[in-house]
Design a protein. Structure first.
Length: 255
């Protein structure tokens, strides 16, 4: 059997030396799981308010289990958007989890039989907690505790929100539809560190908000996804020009 490849930025030892105590990892993971899990209530209310049944609402949380995509879907439906457009927007928001999975598969190094089940928990919150741990043991504990607590609480509060939607009344008046996106942005903001990442985020915001009045509900999210390739193309052009100028300067100095 080939020796397991360990990523350079994580320790594979299970001794816990140099890492957080297990209790501290569990505490942090539960904090994230409980805090975010409670916003499932807002999703349940918003989903029921957009016309979905309690069964449909709960099925979304059980099977999709990615808050930003769920809120995007029901938000587009509530705004009168085409169901296929709404589903496409939710899908593209969820694609980011595939990239999370590529990274987490290296850090977790789970048995093949467990990976399909673990994939259901690959979301923003579990990724954030797992990546904050310096050892593989910490990564596994953080991922598991965050995923389990969040999955259970999110689905429970989704059910309670869907059942209590009629008692709450108009969800727009309460602003509950903004709870999910707000949590998503709070988790995403610390990850935007480089200048290029800030440009992508800023351009996506401009495209998404600027096109809301002129495009059908759900479509601005799809268009905002173009921010990344556009910013990368512009950055590549800038680098090419810089290298070209630097090359000419070096050639002139040699003369």
């Amino acid at each position: 059997m080939a020796e397991e490849t360990v990523p350079a930025d994580i320790r594979s030892d299970d001794s816990g030396e140099g890492g957080k105590p297990d209790a501290a990892v569990v505490r942090d993971a539960l904090g994230v799981g409980v805090a975010v899990g409670l916003s499932g209530f807002a999703f349940g209310v918003t989903s029921a308010g957009s016309g979905l049944t309690v069964l449909q609402t709960c099925a979304l949380s059980l099977l999709v289990f990615t808050g930003a995509s769920q809120f995007a879907l029901v938000g587009a439906l509530a705004g009168g958007g085409n169901p296929f457009t709404a589903a496409a927007g939710a899908f593209f928001l969820g694609v980011r989890n595939a990239f999370y999975g590529l990274r987490l598969s290296q850090l977790l190094a789970l048995p093949r039989a467990v990976r399909p089940f673990a994939a259901q928990w690959v979301i923003d919150e579990t990724t954030a907690v797992a990546l904050a741990q310096p050892t593989r043991r910490g990564v596994r504990i953080g991922f598991t505790v965050t995923g389990l607590s969040l999955y259970v609480l999110w689905n429970l509060t989704t059910l309670l929100g869907a059942l209590g939607a009629e008692a709450i009344g108009d969800t727009d008046a309460w602003g509950l539809d903004a709870a999910g996106p707000a949590v998503f942005l709070a988790l995403l903001a610390p990850m935007v560190r480089t200048g290029l990442e800030r440009v992508v985020a800023g351009l996506a915001v401009v495209l998404g908000l600027g096109l809301l009045p002129v495009l059908p509900s759900g479509v601005p999210v799809l268009v905002a996804a173009l921010a990344a390739p556009v910013a990368l193309w512009a950055d590549g052009r800038r680098r090419a020009r810089t290298e070209s100028v630097g090359g000419r300067d070096a050639a002139e100095e040699k003369r």
